[in-house]
Design a protein around this ligand. Structure first.
Ligand SMILES: C[S@@+](CC[C@H](N)C(=O)[O-])C[C@H]1O[C@@H](n2cnc3c(N)ncnc32)[C@H](O)[C@@H]1O
Length: 273
């Protein structure tokens, strides 16, 4: 199993809040427990816009995946998948081009079990339970090898997941190690909450998350970066217009923004030269 030392799989514990289940709650899903809801409500008390932020994240995901499929990408590696929701990457990509193949990666065993149940016998989509910091383990996993040819352009997707790595250098290394395995013409997409718009709220939230969730409990500092720090994660990739921007501003379509509150998460797409 691809888990580096110190990053072993999480044990399933419904009595402790868990990040993917809290995210599911923000998105209006049903795959969460009382402890998740309690922690999510505490976070919403600090930042009532969190559910809107999660939904704007999914809208960004939808636009990016359609953009990439329309650009000819047929292989998608979705890192930090989260619990299945309406409009998952395989549904969006395969609606554009049915031959798209999608590999989901998450370190939460609950995500793997739910994803496997949802995917059933879909031969073009699979799930790998792994820590994203183990690039080699992910790349050599038989499920990935079955569907993705790393000599062909691939979309490497990090939607709202890199903030769970508190150390800047480790986050950059996580992107770089997987990027190094991608062929020229591959694309990377990142969405990431940022501190620039409401530094006090995001600092308090980061502290709450460090205390509350399994994934990042005990981490020593804020993991909500600045927009400039997120831009640095694209180092080595050619940023596609409009660059790293607040999510609703990335190639907006007809949809409307649901909130008058600031959407303090940015996103961008880069192409490997
Ligand atoms: C906030 S959710 C994002 C879900 C989805 N990508 C979205 O944007 O709606 C973050 C997900 O990343 C997963 N995750 C956190 N740390 C991870 C790691 N080190 N390796 C793999 N997955 C991770 C969590 O289990 C969770 O399912």
């Amino acid at each position: 199993m691809p888990f580096p030392a110190g990053h072993e799989p999480q044990a399933f514990d419904p009595t402790a809040p868990n990040e993917s289940r809290m995210h599911d709650y923000f998105l209006g899903g049903k795959d969460n427990y009382a402890a998740d809801r309690q922690a999510a409500l505490q976070a919403i008390e600090l930042a009532p816009e969190l559910p809107v932020l999660a939904r704007e994240g999914r809208k960004f995901l939808d636009r990016v995946v359609r953009f990439l499929a329309a650009a000819g990408i047929r292989q998608f590696l979705d890192i930090g998948t989260g619990l299945p929701t309406q409009g998952s990457v395989h549904q969006i990509a395969q609606a554009v081009a049915p031959d798209c193949r999608v590999v989901y990666v998450d370190n939460d065993p609950v995500v793997r079990v739910h994803a496997q149940a949802l995917l059933g016998g879909d031969p073009r989509t699979t799930v790998v339970e792994a820590d994203m910091r183990d690039a080699e383990g992910i790349a050599s996993h038989p499920n990935l090898r079955r569907l993705i040819d790393l000599d062909q352009p691939t979309a490497l997707l990090f939607f709202h997941v890199l903030y769970t790595v508190p150390d800047d250098e480790e986050a950059a290394r996580t992107v770089r190690r997987l990027s190094d395995l991608m062929a020229p013409g591959s694309h990377v997409a990142i969405s990431h909450p940022v501190s620039d718009l409401c530094p006090e709220v995001t600092a308090r939230l980061a502290f709450l998350y460090q205390q509350e969730t399994h994934a990042i409990r005990g981490t020593p500092r804020s993991n909500i970066r600045s927009r400039a720090e997120v831009e640095k994660l694209f180092s080595g990739w050619d940023l596609i217009e409009p660059g790293v921007v607040y999510l609703p501003l990335w190639r907006p379509e007809h949809e409307t923004i649901e909130s008058s509150r600031p959407i303090w998460s940015v996103g961008g797409v880069g192409r490997k030269p």
